[in-house]
Design a protein around this ligand. Structure first.
Ligand SMILES: [Cu+2]
Length: 284
């Protein structure tokens, strides 16, 4: 009984879920209310699944024991029993409906909110992410993984990027997700987000993160050789710090098309402030 109680507490007390740590089991700490709901739904369904599995297991053992050739030398010739057939069809249907209602409710909640404070657009590329801020002057920038040899003390290998996505805390942020080449998937487990980035299609989700901090995820759709090297890093800042960051980003690493300069017809240089981002030479 004591064991059962401790298992019960483990499932329902989400404070016990350490955020990514050694030997961690189950989910990361939920960063949003929605992720908390995902965990609660998961726990509920796990209980239903466990009961069903144990019941079927019990029936299997029971028939193999009770109706073995030794104990039951003359088998029954019954082939139909209407009552039991109705029951074993209707009960699973009822169980599935009971599971489906909260699942669908949560799926809808994850896709849309009533009101948004701002929007960011996420574009998957082979093999990096691009982030756009249509509500803050439409600037955008690229987010590349830091290579092993460039990691600083304390950086997480394969989970650190040069320019993370930055959003304000306690705000409803709409996230529009698409891709520029092949299928990718923008996933941040602690926010309960795993949304496909599909070329030519705009997928939608949203977050409201309570605590400022750094949240990490990875591309979750096999997208080519660099698939494991395009991590997602989301930095959540208090609102005033976020506004300060917007200015820094615009000046330091935004790729702003307004200041695109065509130098010669055969050469195109895209400049952001003093930094040359890209030089494209077209052969004659
Ligand atoms: Cu990808």
């Amino acid at each position: 009984m004591k064991f059962l109680i401790s298992v019960f507490i483990l499932f329902f007390n989400t404070n016990l879920y350490a955020s990514a740590s050694d030997w961690q089991l189950s989910f990361q700490n939920p960063a949003t209310d929605l992720m908390q709901k995902v965990i609660t739904l998961h726990n509920g369904i796990l209980i239903v699944m466990t009961i069903v599995t144990l019941f079927v297991l019990f029936l299997l053992f029971y028939v193999s024991f009770r109706f073995s050739a030794k104990r039951n030398p003359t088998p029954s010739t019954t082939t139909h029993n209407t009552v039991i057939e109705v029951l074993w069809t209707a009960i699973p249907v009822v169980i599935l409906v009971v599971i489906a209602i909260p699942s669908f409710k949560l799926l809808y909640q994850q896709e849309k909110s009533d009101a948004y404070d701002m929007t960011v657009k996420v574009i998957g590329h082979q093999w990096y992410w691009e982030y756009e801020y249509p509500d803050h002057g439409d600037f955008y920038f690229e987010s590349y993984m830091i290579q092993d040899e460039d990691l600083q003390e304390g950086d997480l290998r394969l989970l650190t990027v040069d320019n993370p996505l930055v959003i304000p805390a306690n705000k409803n942020v709409q996230i529009l997700i698409t891709a520029g080449d092949v299928l990718h998937s923008w996933a941040v487990p602690s926010m309960g987000i795993k949304t496909d980035a599909v070329p030519g299609r705009l997928n939608e989700t949203w977050v409201n993160v309570k605590e400022p901090g750094t949240y990490r995820g990875q591309c979750s759709e096999i997208c080519g050789t660099g698939h494991g090297f395009m991590p997602v890093v989301v930095k959540v800042l208090p609102e005033n710090e976020f506004m300060a960051w917007v200015n820094t980003a615009k000046n330091n690493y935004a790729i702003n098309e307004d200041i695109q300069i065509n130098v010669t017809p055969s050469e195109e240089i895209v400049v952001s402030e003093n930094k040359i981002i890209q030089i494209e030479e077209k052969t004659l």
